[in-house]
Design a protein around this ligand. Structure first.
Ligand SMILES: Nc1nc2c(ncn2[C@@H]2O[C@H](COP(=O)(O)OP(=O)(O)O)[C@@H](O)[C@H]2O)c(=O)[nH]1
Ligand SMILES: Nc1ncnc2c1ncn2[C@@H]1O[C@H](COP(=O)(O)OP(=O)(O)O)[C@@H](O)[C@H]1O
Length: 214
């Protein structure tokens, strides 16, 4: 059958984009994701499971699925997690089915996860888009963790030392964004998503197949 009437736009838009957003504790990942959730309807946020205690104001099922260590280990055993990692004494993991469903429905999804988990996702989803959020400076990073007021002195020290190790893994990411100002960081992430939707490799095989058929 001649398929010259088929719309190219329909051809190229099927699966959504998986974006991973990493960055040191306190850089503003949560703040930037919350702003993106408000302003961008077609970007879905993946809610992780964790064994850490909820902070004041955090809601189960919105910020995280708060689980006991036993429950978390059971999720691993049941293969319910796309990836998981231990970070400063707690477990964190991404529920797998939700991510798969969102991508299959054609929507984009953002995973706010630390670097070990991000590298595991990269292995499973090499076509994912890996973005690293950088602080304007290390002093400002420490200042942000301190002003957030959620961590003990020990937790701040641990997070700052992990931060330096995490920033050394920047080379594994596709994009680096400085979170100097929240709105500007959001605009940069939205621009990345727009550009990635047009990335030639995402559509090339479909266009080739279509051209072979017409
Ligand atoms: N690997 C992995 N890391 C996660 C996940 N969810 C959150 N994280 C990361 O775990 C780290 C600690 O998160 P959190 O306790 O909320 O502390 P914060 O970064 O200081 O706000 C951060 O780097 C998060 O991005 C997940 O599902 N998997
Ligand atoms: N661009 C920014 N400029 C100034 N303060 C910021 C900015 N982004 C986030 N913050 C503040 O820094 C602190 C840490 O942000 P948060 O989103 O909790 O970081 P993360 O999720 O990366 O640990 C919060 O108090 C937040 O209000």
């Amino acid at each position: 059958m001649i398929m010259t009437n088929k719309k190219v736009a329909d051809l190229v838009s099927d699966k959504g984009i998986l974006m991973v957003l990493s960055g040191p504790s306190g850089v503003g990942k949560g703040t930037v994701c919350a702003a993106l959730r408000k302003s961008t309807n077609d970007l879905v946020y993946s809610v992780s499971a964790t064994t850490r205690e909820p902070r004041q104001g955090e809601v189960d099922g919105v910020n995280y699925f708060f689980r006991t260590k036993e429950q978390f280990l059971q999720m691993i055993a049941d293969d319910e997690l796309l990836e998981w990692a231990e970070y400063v004494g707690n477990y964190y993991g991404t529920p797998r089915y939700f991510v798969e469903e969102v991508l299959a429905s054609g929507k984009d999804i953002i995973l706010e996860i630390e670097v070990q988990g991000a590298l595991k996702v990269k292995h499973k989803f090499p076509e994912g888009v890996f973005t690293f959020l950088l602080p304007p400076s290390l002093d400002e990073l420490q200042n942000r963790i301190e002003t957030r007021g959620t961590e003990s002195e020990e937790s701040i020290r641990n997070r700052m030392s992990v931060a330096k190790a995490e920033m050394r893994l920047l080379e594994h990411y596709d994009y680096a964004i400085v979170n100097d100002e929240v709105e500007a960081a959001c605009r940069r992430i939205q621009s990345i998503l727009v550009a990635e939707r047009c990335r030639q490799e995402r559509v090339l095989h479909k266009i080739k197949k279509w051209m072979d058929e017409v």
